[in-house]
Design a protein around this ligand. Structure first.
Ligand SMILES: *Cc1c(COP(=O)(O)O)cnc(C)c1O
Length: 358
């Protein structure tokens, strides 16, 4: 705290990202990074940008990248917005689209950055409880709303809605902007992008951090009606005109062009999720049905915080949230086969050696 802080700063409650510890031999399964690594073609494209041309600013509109994304997702370039990670795209969407007289709706258990943005931008919100099976119940969103934001699959549960359910949500709220945060969609959920053509209020946000293994490069994007994209551009150009550097734009384009690598990497994560799931069930965990590159699991006889701490002692890091309904769950990233084995053997040691706690 400091008397030099603005009142805005005093009022903030920042998001706390999963840690990035620098230990060797660490099994890092806490931030949903992709164990497989980026496309070699993306890496080459990034290297090729390390030239004298870096003295020049990048294209502020990222036209080549937006054109590549438009082709990939079969929309027009004016329907594409890109930013420095989808967190930045989401922040611009909160500022540009989600503040209205009626409250913003999102699930009570969801990406914990949403209430942080609400605080930053002074947006009133209502958290809509998940049902007893931790599912989003679309009927519960049938209430007055200025705007909505829903991750699909939801985080940290990993549970997905169908495109038909998203369409129902949109039909309930034709006058409110609806943002669908599809950070994990490539691991098994249906994208809402085909609904953009018939829904001028829909903004779909995706990222290259998870399924394209480019978290370190920072590329997020949004697809929606050109009027929604214009709103995002107005905010972006009031904040930072050059959010993506030259190597970033080139790497992102090359990743999109390497479809074969993408499909293979995606399939490997989905296969790993199956193995992780079966291993956890064998150890007695309840595992929610995940369509993401992580699973959300709890053990009926062991507290989540205690398990996370015991794993950490064995150099395995998973994510634990202390929020009320999810304090007994662990969010575990689908790592490589070797990482999954290390996690499962650490858990079996912990469960075998410790007496059952509440
Ligand atoms: C990881 C994540 C993001 C942010 O990803 P970026 O790395 O900023 O692109 C956004 N939403 C959800 C739900 C996420 O899990």
């Amino acid at each position: 705290m400091s008397r030099y802080w603005s009142s805005l700063t005093h009022g903030l409650t920042p998001y706390v990202p999963g840690e990035q510890p620098r230990m060797t031999e660490l099994v890092k399964l806490n931030t949903n990074e992709n164990p497989i690594g980026p496309s070699p073609r993306a890496l080459e494209a990034i290297r090729n940008e390390a030239t004298d041309a870096l003295r020049l600013y990048p294209d502020p509109q990222a036209n080549a990248l937006r054109a590549a994304l438009a082709r990939y997702h079969q929309v027009r370039p004016e329907q594409v917005f890109v930013g420095n990670g989808s967190d930045e795209v989401l922040a611009h969407a909160f500022a540009a689209l989600l503040k209205h007289d009626a409250p913003l709706l999102f699930p009570d258990i969801t990406y914990s950055f949403y209430p942080v943005y609400c605080r930053l931008f002074g947006i009133a919100y209502e958290a809509v409880p998940l049902d007893e099976k931790m599912h989003i119940r679309i009927a519960d969103y049938q209430r007055p709303a200025g705007a909505l934001i829903v991750p699909n699959p939801n985080a940290p549960t990993g549970i997905a809605l169908s495109r038909a359910e998203i369409a129902t949500l949109l039909a309930q709220h034709p006058d409110a902007p609806v943002v669908i945060d599809e950070a994990y969609v490539d691991f098994g959920a249906e994208t809402a992008i085909p609904l953009v053509a018939s829904h001028p209020n829909l903004l779909v946000v995706q990222t290259m951090s998870k399924s394209r293994a480019l978290a370190g490069l920072r590329i997020g994007y949004a697809i929606g009606d050109a009027d929604l994209i214009e709103a995002l551009n107005r905010v972006k150009d009031s904040f930072n005109s050059y959010p993506l550097g030259r190597p970033v734009q080139a790497g992102a384009i090359a990743s999109l062009e390497d479809e074969g690598y993408f499909q293979q990497a995606r399939a490997r994560v989905i296969e790993g999720r199956g193995r992780l799931n079966r291993g956890l069930v064998r150890l007695g965990f309840d595992v929610l049905p995940s369509s993401a590159n992580f699973v959300f699991a709890r053990h009926p006889a062991h507290a989540g915080a205690a398990l996370a701490a015991a794993l950490r002692q064995r150099a395995v890091i998973v994510r634990h949230f202390s929020a009320p309904r999810i304090a007994d769950y662990l969010r575990i990233t689908v790592g490589s086969d070797g990482q999954i084995d290390r996690l499962l053997s650490a858990l079996s040691e912990i469960l075998g050696s410790k007496p059952a706690a509440a």
